[in-house]
Design a binder for this molecule. Structure first.
Ligand SMILES: *Cc1c(COP(=O)(O)O)cnc(C)c1O
Length: 474
C-alpha cells in the first residue's frame, strides 16, 4: 500500500475520532431537546433514549465517513436534536384515519367495517369505565363474558348457544381443536380455500390438530364422496364457504342439507365455516344474496363460524354458534381463554347485535349496509361536488372526470358480484397513475387504479368535504 495513502487514512481516522469526542454530552442535548417544539412535553427518560439513538446514528455516520456535520459546538447540539426529533416522529403512533375511496367496502387492510354510532358509544363507555364484563351484578359472583352477547346472537341465528373469539380464523381453529383434535375432518377439494393474509384451510386444520381428509375434486364433489370417506376416525364433516372465489362451469357441490343427512345417518356432526355470515337477507338492501347464518342452523349445521367485521358490520371478532353440546366443548377448551375478546370488542358487538334486533332503519344505521346498499343515483348525486373539490385542490394540469365504475364488497365476500358505482378519475399529462396514487396516499386518501387510471370510488364517501380536509392538511 503506498505510503501517503496510509498517512491520509490515519489522518482521516484521527479527524473522525476528534469529531466523535467533540459530540456534545447527552445532558446538553436533552436540555436542548426539551426546548425544541417538536420534542417539548416528552419525558426526560424518553428524550434520553431518543438522543442516545440520534448520537449513535451520528457516530456511525462519522465512522463511515459520510457525515456532513457542522464543527461548531451549538450547531452539533442542533444536529443531534434534529436527528432525535426525526427518530421521535418515526415512532409516533402511526394508526391514523384515511379516506377509503378504493370502492372496496370491507377493505381488510383498511380495517373492514366502520361501526354504527351506537357501537362507537358502547366502545367509548367500556374504554372509560369499569364494566361488568365477567361479574354477575345480582349475586356478586363471577360471570361469563359470553353472556353479554350470547342471547342476542342466539336470537338472531336460531342457535342454542354461542361464543365469541378474536376473529373467524380463531373461531375455526378453536372449533376444530375442540371437536376434532387428533381425528379426521372431511372436506371437499372444491372448498380447500386460501383467504388473503395466510388463512389457508389445510394449514389452519393442521394447527388445530385435526386431520384433513380431502374428498372429491376441485370442481365436483358428490354425496358418495363424503359417505365413502366416513370411518371410525371421522369427527366432523366440514363445509367451507368459498368466500373469495367461485367454481363455475361443470361443477357440483353437496348442499349443507345433504351433508347433514349423510352425517346424521352415521352420527357425525357438520360444521360450516361461513366466512362473511350475513345475519339477515341482504337483498332487501339491494345487496346480492349471501348465505344467512339462521338458515344454516335451521338446515342442521351443528356449528357455524363467521366474522364479526364482514357483512355483519361489527368489530373484528369470530362468532361460533350451534348446538349446546358442541358449544359446551368449545367453551371448556383452554384455547378459548387465549382467543377470547376484550371488553371493547364485546361492547361493540353487543351494540351492533342490538341494532339488528331493534333498529327500525338498519340500512341507514349500520355503515356497512348503508355503503353496500347505496344506489348508483345516490352515489352520483355527490359526484359533481366531489369533482369540484378535488379539481380545485389539485390545481392546473390535473383532469378530474366523473366516470362509472364498480365497487366490491371486499374481505372475500361475493367476489364475482360487482356493485355499480361512480368515481372520480384523476389524470395528468405528465404523471403516471401510480404517481398520482402515491401523491394521494401522502394525503391519506386511498383510491385504486382501474383501466390504467387512478380513480376515487365514491361509494364509501359520505361527505365529499373529506377530500378538501385531507388535500389541504395531508
Ligand atoms: C374471512 C374468512 C375467514 C377468516 O375470517 P377472519 O375474521 O378474517 O379471521 C375464514 N373463513 C372464511 C370462509 C372467510 O371468508
Amino acid at each position: 500500500m503506498p505510503k501517503h495513502s496510509r498517512k491520509n487514512r490515519d489522518a482521516d481516522n484521527a479527524a473522525r475520532a476528534d469529531l466523535i469526542r467533540a459530540l456534545p454530552p447527552i445532558d446538553a442535548c436533552i436540555r436542548a431537546a426539551e426546548s425544541n417544539p417538536a420534542l417539548a412535553g416528552f419525558s426526560r427518560t424518553y428524550l434520553k433514549v431518543m438522543v442516545q439513538r440520534a448520537q449513535a446514528e451520528i457516530r456511525a455516520a462519522i465512522l463511515a465517513g459520510r457525515d456532513t456535520l457542522p464543527r461548531a459546538r451549538d450547531a452539533l447540539v442542533d444536529a443531534v436534536v434534529i436527528a432525535a426529533a426525526r427518530a421521535v416522529a418515526a415512532h409516533e403512533p402511526v394508526l391514523a384515519p384515511v379516506v377509503n375511496a378504493t370502492g372496496v367496502v370491507l377493505h381488510t387492510n383498511l380495517g373492514r367495517a366502520l361501526l354504527a354510532e351506537s357501537a362507537i358509544e358502547a366502545v367509548e363507555m367500556a374504554a372509560r369505565s369499569a364494566v361488568n364484563l365477567e361479574y354477575d351484578l345480582e349475586t356478586g359472583a363471577r360471570g361469563d363474558r359470553d353472556s353479554i352477547v350470547e342471547d342476542e346472537i342466539c336470537a338472531l341465528t336460531g342457535a342454542e348457544a354461542a361464543t365469541v373469539v378474536n376473529n373467524n380464523a380463531a373461531a375455526v381453529v378453536l372449533a376444530l381443536n375442540s371437536l376434532a383434535e387428533g381425528r379426521e375432518v372431511i372436506v371437499s377439494r372444491g372448498e380447500m380455500i386460501e383467504i388473503g393474509g395466510s388463512f389457508r384451510l389445510p394449514d389452519v386444520m393442521s394447527k388445530s390438530g385435526a386431520i384433513l381428509r380431502e374428498v372429491g375434486t376441485t370442481n365436483r364433489t358428490h354425496p358418495n364422496d363424503y359417505a365413502g370417506a366416513i370411518g371410525p376416525d371421522t369427527a366432523l364433516l366440514l363445509k367451507v364457504h368459498p368466500s373469495n372465489y367461485r367454481v363455475v362451469g361443470f361443477t357440483s357441490e353437496v348442499t349443507l342439507e345433504d351433508l347433514v343427512e349423510i352425517g346424521r345417518a352415521r352420527g357425525i356432526d357438520v360444521m360450516e365455516d361461513l366466512g362473511a355470515g350475513a345475519l339477515i337477507d341482504l337483498t332487501e338492501f339491494g345487496i346480492p344474496r349471501e348465505p344467512i347464518v339462521r338458515d344454516r342452523i335451521a338446515a342442521g349445521a351443528a356449528v357455524v363460524t363467521f366474522s364479526g367485521d364482514k357483512l355483519l358490520g361489527g368489530p373484528q371478532a369470530g362468532v361460533i354458534v350451534g348446538r349446546r353440546a358442541a358449544l359446551d366443548r368449545i367453551k371448556r377448551n383452554p384455547l378459548k381463554r387465549a382467543l377470547r375478546c376484550d371488553k371493547l370488542t364485546l361492547a361493540a358487538l353487543s351494540a351492533t347485535m342490538r341494532l339488528y334486533l331493534r333498529s327500525k332503519d338498519l340500512g341507514r344505521e349500520l355503515p356497512t349496509l348503508r355503503f353496500l346498499g347505496r344506489s348508483v343515483s345516490e352515489i352520483a348525486s355527490i359526484a359533481p361536488r366531489a369533482r369540484e373539490i378535488v379539481a380545485e385542490r389539485l390545481g392546473p394540469g390535473f383532469v378530474v372526470e366523473i366516470v362509472d365504475t364498480s365497487s366490491q364488497v371486499g374481505s372475500g365476500a361475493m367476489p364475482v358480484e360487482e356493485l355499480k358505482s361512480v368515481a372520480l378519475r384523476v389524470t395528468h399529462p405528465d404523471k403516471s397513475a401510480n404517481a398520482i396514487a402515491a401523491m394521494f396516499r401522502r394525503t391519506r386518501i386511498i383510491g385504486r387504479i382501474a383501466d390504467d387510471s387512478f380513480i376515487l370510488d365514491l361509494r364509501t364517501i359520505d361527505d365529499p368535504a373529506v377530500f378538501a380536509v385531507k388535500l389541504e392538511t395531508g
